[in-house]
Design a protein around this ligand. Sequence first.
Ligand code: KG4
Ligand code: ZN
Length: 346
Amino acid sequence: MTEPLVLGIETSCDETGVGIVRGTTLLVDAIASSVDEHARFGGVVPEVASRAHLEAMIPTIRRACEQAGVALTDLDGIAVTAGPGLAGALMVGVASAKALALSLGLPIYGVNHLASHVAVDIVEHGPLPEPTMALLVSGGHSSLLLVPDITQDVRPLGATIDDAAGEAFDKVARVLGLPFPGGPHIDRAAREGSIVIDFPRGLTGGRDLERHRFDFSFSGLKTAVSRWVQAREASGEPVPVADVAASFQEAVVDVLTRKAIDACRTHGAEHLQIGGGVAANSRLRAMAAARCEAAGIELRVPRPGLCTDNGAMVAALGAQLMAKGRSASRLDLPADSSMPVTAVTA
Ligand code: KG4
Ligand code: ZN
């Protein structure tokens, strides 16, 4: 099938996403988010997220179909995030997808959330070059992946050994008194500030670099920011929030781009794709563009709305799987909260 019409469902965290893709064309990306319900807790509460998915699922599917002018009976297949993610939240999406597949008599594709973050760029910039180097940076993950074929072969080169990049943004935002999720607030605050504090760059020198060349560590940076802010508060002087935000952001972005380009060079990849919520960061996009250009690497980053969790990415990967004739998942596929990144489908 060359241009399969696929509906994708994403519920791994706090976004209920329903996207519809025809081949490599995005028809609709409908989202309902429970982020406001989690804000007062400073992080996503799994039970609250699961209930919100349950309430939002049918209205979001309806809205997606209406906006795309697609009837459920027009679909060729259903794709759903099978993992990794929050177990209860994933279960809502997987159960909904099974109900649709069973009642419509359609194949179901349980897909990997991380592979979907990579695949979404197909609807923005066309087929993925093979191989592509992917830097995935979200609230739950920071990984460098070599992707020879997004439908079946994803090779992890490195990952965070402690906090994910987005998690570091969220925790530092909290230290600075900015709301959750912190990434967009730090991004905004940083534009008003200057890079004046030299915060540490984890795993970038000496033995650490040798042993963890393509891994990341952000917990030391987070602690350094906390200590700096505490010392400033103890001195009675005001905390320069914008400068701290800019300096912290620079440290994260410097490490991410440096390691991503090193990985491209080492593995002969001429294309770097950045995905995940942190790829919405304006400084990351700018620094990656400059460093890729200097290194002769082609950079691909989807628009910010497709970097954060959404249903379009799941539909995009589902459509690729169908177009390449990959086998569908079994109808009893499980939601797998710790699905390994090497498993593209469940
Ligand atoms: O991919 P995503 O929507 O959900 C996960 O799978 O985790 O990523 C959410 C993360 C949050 O930690 C959020 O603070 C971060 O992405 N984020 C950003 C920006 N927008 C979202 N981080 C830095 N700068 C941004 N502009
Ligand atoms: Zn994600």
